[in-house]
Ligand binder design. Structure first.
Ligand SMILES: [Zn+2]
Ligand SMILES: [Zn+2]
Length: 395
């Protein structure tokens, strides 16, 4: 077992206790007051070099190595919870009604405090600086990452690492996986307001039909996968809400529908946006309805820098054991505002997945009221982040 893993196992119980405390007291994005106070107190106790709060509920700390001047690597976690009523039955379940750490950010935060503690005791082993970013509000667009970047947290940073836990089968617990290149999806919202005049169901010639127009839009949007992008690229575009019509014998006066598109490259993302507009125009012409198409640009796709990914795949087996490192074949389908640390700055970034098993009978996805991952994964997450930071600064 590596020195890093031994050290991480030695603080496991303390970090698990912090994780349970945060899990009991979840706070949604931009309200992480208790959580950020806890982070500041622990960082002061561990003896990091600096502690700042660039925004009201974020915390950024630094740990300087004793091996002289050198580079700077940032490690990022997030602090916020979700508006979900917890149903895990865990003994340390949320004590706040309708708020739950259903995305595992409680674990991210606790592990990052573990990294702070480990790095403080490893100062003699690295030059330069490790910057620890405890980001507020990952879940609510436009996301806290953009605000922190604007506040200057990435100035002087050479590379940044992030880690997201993920519920899996239990035999994967503690296995760290990622791939180089596009790794999480860009996620954009779309909405269509389809306006007719309303009319009698027996006289279709007198009133444009927004329901038929909506159906045509839904079908035509699917052509993006079939005809607009290369078979090797992927995209998902779905309409997920639809409202309109009041009576079975009347032509509706209006339909409103909203949906979501996911993609992995800027090119495909733009093609979807263009296609949505073309479909709206085409159906407007044919249907005689007035059609307004709106969009909301979400998070960028996380791009795992090739060189940094290769470095991590080279270093991690010695840090967490080769059984605990996996090169994924496919990207993840969720969105993460970790993407902005790289897309807005050009600084190399890698997001890793900490596969974390599941408590209870079955695997429940992130954001689900039953989502509960295993704390046994945490020492691997801490050893990987801390060990990778030290290796990077010594490279
Ligand atoms: Zn989430
Ligand atoms: Zn998350």
């Amino acid at each position: 077992m590596s020195k890093y893993l031994e050290m991480a196992f030695a603080i496991r119980d303390e970090i698990a206790e912090i994780r349970r405390d945060i899990h009991r007291h979840p706070e949604v994005g931009n309200t992480e007051e208790r959580t950020s106070r806890l982070v500041r107190d622990k960082l002061a106790e561990y003896g990091v070099d600096t502690i700042e709060s660039p925004t009201p509920t974020s915390v950024v700390a630094t740990v300087r190595g004793n091996k002289g001047a050198g580079g700077c690597i940032a490690l990022r976690c997030d602090l916020d919870a979700l508006p979900v009523q917890e149903e895990t039955g865990l003994p340390f379940s949320s004590e706040v009604p309708n708020v739950m750490h259903a995305c595992g950010h409680d674990m991210h935060c606790a592990m990052m405090l573990g990294n702070a503690k480990l790095l403080c005791s490893l100062r003699d082993e690295f030059p330069g600086t490790v910057k620890l970013i405890f980001q507020h509000n990952e879940e609510i667009m436009p996301g806290g990452a953009r605000e922190l970047i604007k506040a200057g947290v990435m100035e002087g940073v050479d590379a940044i690492l992030g880690m997201h836990n993920f519920p899996t089968e239990n035999d994967k617990t503690g296995v760290i996986g990622f791939k180089a290149g596009p790794f999480t999806s860009a996620s954009d919202g779309y909405g269509f307001n389809i306006i007719g005049t309303g009319g009698h169901g027996s006289q279709p010639q007198k009133a444009p039909d927004p329901i038929l127009a909506a159906a045509e839009i839904i079908m035509m949007l699917q052509q993006i996968q079939a005809r607009e992008i290369a078979p090797s690229d992927s995209a998902v575009i779905m309409m997920n809400t639809i409202q309109g019509g009041k009576a079975p014998n009347s032509i509706a006066d209006r339909v409103f529908m909203t949906g979501n598109a996911r993609s992995y490259t800027a090119e495909v993302r733009q093609k979807i946006a263009d296609h949505v507009q073309r479909v709206a125009q085409a159906v407007e012409t044919v249907s005689r309805c007035k059609i307004e198409a709106g969009s909301m640009r979400g998070y960028d796709s996380c791009y795992n820098n090739e060189e940094l990914s290769a470095f991590l795949f080279e270093q991690l087996p010695a840090i967490v054991g080769k059984d605990h490192v996996e090169e994924f074949k496919e990207p993840m389908s969720f969105g993460e505002d970790f993407s902005f640390y790289s897309t807005l700055t050009g600084i190399p970034a890698v997001l890793m997945i900490l596969q974390a098993g599941h408590e209870g009978d079955e695997v429940s996805s992130l954001h689900n009221a039953h989502c509960a991952v295993k704390e046994e994964a945490m020492p691997y997450g801490m050893a990987a982040m801390t060990g990778a930071a030290v290796a990077f600064l010594n490279r």
